[in-house]
Design a binder for this molecule. Structure first.
Ligand code: C2O
Ligand code: CU
Ligand code: CU
Length: 505
């Protein structure tokens, strides 16, 4: 008898669902996957680079993200279910790849809501390990963010999105020590909060680009992290856009498009450039800038960061362009990938019919400066040789010399008080700093070249702190309770480069 049955869902981008695998760990061709227990003695040699595998299909039209359907008919209410489940998809010829997914989609379904909406989202955990949903960047109460859900269990997350929260967010698991694995196996989705008074003209078409990283072995499986992955952060051998490898997006000559881009990779830095074009930055993690920043040749998108850009096709003889990730050296040992190679993410193909240009208003958003901080905090990122890493990792990754302890409160802030945080990176690798529950305003960065003030106000929840750099930002927390802050290289987060902030009255 066939032990596995597949239900193939009908629409583009859908993938087959493995049914009846419950906790059994899948069928004969797919060994059970799970967090790798640390071996008794750590391996010392570098693992070989990922096995070269035959390429995935390239050049398919970019698919729209599947939308999570709202089952509520009440205005300003969004009710839906996310199921954390295994699902299989044919990636390499003759093989089947098992992902861990939300609703069998890679990436997870798009949650598309408005400011003022109340969300009631049920999470059903059909995985064989605990999971949570973290609403990355959203101002939700701590009780409605994360919190472990056991295998087989479910819970409802409920929160209301305040006016002023319009922006590009995402959701992903955040269970203690399993975050890195659950994300690299496929669990991450985009969440857009829209304003009813969005200043960007509707004639500027929107495109959503969720960039993720996939490593496939030649048998089509997603291999576990190596010791080197636990050290440097995992990069795959395919960088996908909306789950597709090097897809094609169409634009008309003269047309402007608004791209919302999410870096949903565990550790890959995306130094984005579009050949033959400049980019106009209009928004960051937490929403629109005060006014557009045109003429950018490239934008660095660290893991977990989002941007909104305007891309305008020329009226000249151009016929296509390539969205690339340019080489970027983020430090780390024995790194191949990002430091030395240019990667093609997507082809922008010109259609024949020209579209009239649409002007972008100069005033986008009235971002108020958070003002003069009345308190300060200082954090130090460091790494060093030491055991205790997961999967035989040789390094420890620390904040203020400490590894994460969920029972410890590392910092305390007063609710509604503006603080200035200084994050100093004393390690030779870049680390993207992320704080839960709020958005902050970067003030300045100090590196070997001196100090530069940030040229414009922007709402962010993640900021890259380059090797030996110091970043200063202003921040305020508006809700009581415990919040995490951590490096968003998920292998570092999962190994303890994380702390707890308690917001008190
Ligand atoms: Cu996107 Cu605490 O993470
Ligand atoms: Cu977060
Ligand atoms: Cu890190």
């Amino acid at each position: 008898m066939d032990r596995r049955r597949f239900i193939v869902l009908g629409t583009a981008g859908s993938i087959a669902v493995l049914t009846g695998c419950g906790g059994s760990g899948g069928g004969a061709s797919t060994p059970p996957t799970g967090t790798v227990p640390p071996p008794a003695s750590p391996p010392v040699s570098n693992p070989p680079p990922p096995t070269p595998v035959s390429p995935l299909t390239v050049g398919q039209p970019l698919t729209d993200l599947t939308r999570l359907a709202n089952t509520s008919t009440t205005p300003n209410e969004f009710v839906a279910t996310l199921v954390a489940q295994r699902a299989s998809k044919a990636m390499l010829p003759g093989t089947s790849t098992e992902f861990w997914t939300y609703n069998s989609r890679v990436p997870g379904p798009l949650i598309d809501v408005f400011e003022g909406d109340t969300l009631r989202i049920r999470l059903e955990n059909q995985l064989s390990q605990e999971t949570t949903v973290h609403w990355h960047g959203l101002p939700v109460p701590p009780a409605q963010d994360g919190n472990p859900i056991a295998p087989g269990a479910s819970r409802i997350y409920e929160f209301t999105l305040p006016v002023g929260s319009a922006g590009t967010y995402w959701y992903h698991p955040h269970p203690h020590e399993y975050t890195a694995e659950q994300v690299f196996r496929g669990m991450a989705g985009l969440l857009i909060v829209r304003s009813r008074t969005d200043p960007v003209p509707v004639a500027i078409d929107e495109r959503l680009l969720v960039i993720s990283d996939l490593r496939l072995a030649s048998d089509g499986t997603i291999p576990p992290n190596t010791p080197m992955d636990w050290q440097n952060g995992r990069e795959g051998n395919y960088v996908l856009v909306n789950g597709q490898y090097q897809p094609v997006l169409t634009i008309n000559p003269g047309q402007s498009q608004r791209w919302r881009i999410l870096n949903a990779t565990n550790a890959r830095y995306l130094r984005l450039a579009l050949t033959g074009h400049t980019l106009t930055l209009i928004g960051t993690d937490g929403g629109l800038l005060r006014s557009p920043v045109p003429g950018l040749d490239e934008i660095l998108l660290a893991p977990a960061e989002r941007v909104e850009v305007i891309v305008t096709a020329s009226l000249s003889s151009q016929t296509s362009a390539v969205l690339q990730a340019l080489p970027y050296n983020r430090g780390g040992m024995g790194m191949m990938g990002t430091s030395s190679t240019t990667i093609s993410l997507l082809t922008l193909s010109y259609a024949s019919a020209a579209t009239a240009a649409v002007a972008l208003p100069n005033a986008l958003n009235s971002i108020a400066d958070l003002g003069v901080p009345t308190n300060t905090k200082r954090l130090v990122f460091s790494s060093g040789m030491g055991m205790g890493g997961m999967g035989g990792g040789m390094m420890s990754f620390l904040i203020d010399g400490k590894s994460f302890d969920p029972a410890r409160i590392d910092l305390t802030s007063r609710v509604n008080e503006v603080e200035q945080w200084t994050i100093e990176n004393r390690s030779s690798m870049d680390h993207p700093f992320h704080l839960h529950g709020t958005q902050f305003q970067v003030v300045s960065r100090t590196g070997s070249g001196g100090t530069t003030n940030d040229p414009y106000l922007a709402w962010r929840d993640t900021v890259n702190v380059a090797a030996f750099e110091t970043v200063v930002f202003n921040v305020v927390q508006h809700q009581l309770g415990k919040r995490m802050y951590h490096c968003h290289i998920l292998e570092h987060e999962s190994q303890g480069m994380m702390g707890v902030l308690e917001v008190v009255p």
